[in-house]
Structures are given as structure tokens and as C-alpha cells.
Design a binder for this molecule. Structure first.
Ligand SMILES: [Zn+2]
Ligand SMILES: [Zn+2]
Length: 252
């Protein structure tokens, strides 16, 4: 197994273990009912997006029409840092679009129906959103000439960070607050999953929290334990099939 897959799988076990040992919220649902739906969606998303992007990425990296702007950067360290910043800024913009474009919100709200946020929530996305988010990313890879190694490096760290900030692990508040100056922490992301519309329109960043500070959407909760997760309408029970159909439902 390659180190990237090993690191992601280990982080699922690590943060899953920590959230069960030191939970932030004491959810009533069983472990299975909290994770089953999300893991099914995760498998569908992973399969669908790897099938659709693998061929396109292969073409992007094989073509010789355009080498990309980063082609002129000779330092690998600078190349990896700039690729990381560019991809992470894109993730911020994409997430903000998901909340501001009405049709996009219909798909993104699948992620926000979660009422017992835990590590498996990192995989609770509608496949249409999972696939669509790769299209502008492919364009950036082509335009800037982001290499397979740099893309894989960012995607691996992002996958770990998504598992971390969705986890229900009760990190001491001071440590969470300190970390939130650099990265998205569980408390920061809990606000984004708040039932309150005003609170959920904050903290759109995926990895580095600088984007929220830069674009005035950063908000650190004073009482994170008072946050009510989910949507007003999400009291009903959803299974993977009803979540897949949710964007097309007349009511909701
Ligand atoms: Zn969101
Ligand atoms: Zn989330």
C-alpha cells in the first residue's frame, strides 16, 4: 500500500478512536447508524470521481500543448507551496459557491443534513458535487501545470484534514483555538454546520483558515457546545438513497 492511502486510512482510525474515547457531543445514535449512510456515499463518490477524473488527468499530464505557469518555477519547495495554496484557495471559493448559488446548494445541503457530525461526515457529499468540484480543479491543474506529485500531496493532506475537522473529538478549547489560526479545526467547522443560517455562512475553508480571515468569513464560536448541528428540516431520517434523491425532492 502507498503511504498516501496508509496515512488517510490511519487518520480515519485515529480520529475515529479519539472521538469515541473523548466525544465533544454525546450523540444518542449508535455508531453504525451514524456512519453507514456516510460510508456508502463515500464509496459511491470515490468510485464516481476517480473514474471520471482519472482519464482527464491522464490527458492533462500527457499533453504537450501547454506546460503551465509553474513550469518556470525551478524550486520544488516553491512549486509544492504554490500548488498547495492555489488548490486550497480554490476549495474555499468552491465551498462558498455551494452556499450562494441556489442550484449548487440543493446538492451541498446533503452534507449539511448531518445532525451527529463525526469522522464519517467527511464522506457525506452528493456524487454530483463530488464530481463537479473536480472540473475547475482539472482546469487549474492544466493552466498552472500542477504535477501529479503536488496534486497527490495536497489531496492526501486535505483528506486527513477533512476527517480531522469533522471529527467529534473534544480537543481542549485552547488548543483548538490556537490551531484555528492556521488550519480549520473541529470547533470552526462545527459553526459551519450550525442550524443557524447566520452561523453556517462562515468558515468555508477546507484546510488553511487564512482564506476565511482574508475574505471576512472567519468566526470562532464562543460556546461551541451550544451549536445545534444540521438543518431546520433535517429531523427526518435519511438513508443513502434518500440523500441521493434529496436535490430533486420538491419539498425540503
Ligand atoms: Zn458547507
Ligand atoms: Zn462539513
Amino acid at each position: 500500500m502507498d503511504w498516501e492511502s496508509l496515512a488517510v486510512i490511519s487518520s480515519v482510525f485515529l480520529f475515529g478512536f479519539l472521538e469515541n474515547l473523548f466525544p465533544f457531543f454525546n450523540f444518542k445514535q449508535s455508531f453504525q447508524s451514524k456512519t453507514d449512510t456516510n460510508l456508502i456515499l463515500g464509496i459511491v463518490n470515490l468510485t464516481a470521481s476517480s473514474l471520471t477524473t482519472a482519464l482527464l488527468l491522464n490527458w492533462v499530464w500527457q499533453q504537450s500543448i501547454w506546460q503551465g505557469f509553474f513550469h518556470w518555477i525551478k524550486s520544488p519547495l516553491l512549486g509544492i507551496a504554490l500548488s498547495f495554496l492555489l488548490l486550497d484557495a480554490y476549495m474555499y471559493i468552491w465551498h462558498r459557491w455551494m452556499h450562494t448559488i441556489p442550484i449548487a446548494w440543493h446538492f451541498h445541503k446533503v452534507h449539511h443534513t448531518e445532525v451527529s457530525m463525526n469522522t464519517s461526515t467527511a464522506y457525506r457529499f452528493h456524487p454530483v458535487e463530488a464530481i463537479a468540484s473536480n472540473i475547475p480543479k482539472l482546469f487549474l491543474v492544466l493552466l498552472f501545470g500542477i504535477t501529479p506529485r503536488y496534486l497527490l500531496f495536497y489531496e492526501t493532506l486535505l483528506a486527513i484534514e477533512l476527517i480531522f475537522h469533522h471529527s467529534n473529538w473534544a480537543i481542549p478549547r485552547q488548543i483548538d483555538k490556537f490551531l484555528s489560526y492556521i488550519i480549520v479545526t473541529p470547533n470552526c467547522h462545527r459553526v459551519h454546520h450550525s442550524e443557524s443560517l447566520k452561523e453556517s455562512q462562515s468558515n468555508y475553508a477546507s484546510f488553511l483558515s487564512i482564506w476565511d480571515r482574508l475574505f471576512n468569513s472567519y468566526y470562532y464560536p464562543q460556546y461551541p457546545d451550544k451549536i445545534k448541528l444540521g438543518l431546520h428540516e433535517s429531523y427526518q431520517k435519511f438513508n443513502s438513497l434518500s440523500l441521493l434523491m434529496l436535490p430533486f425532492a420538491k419539498k425540503f
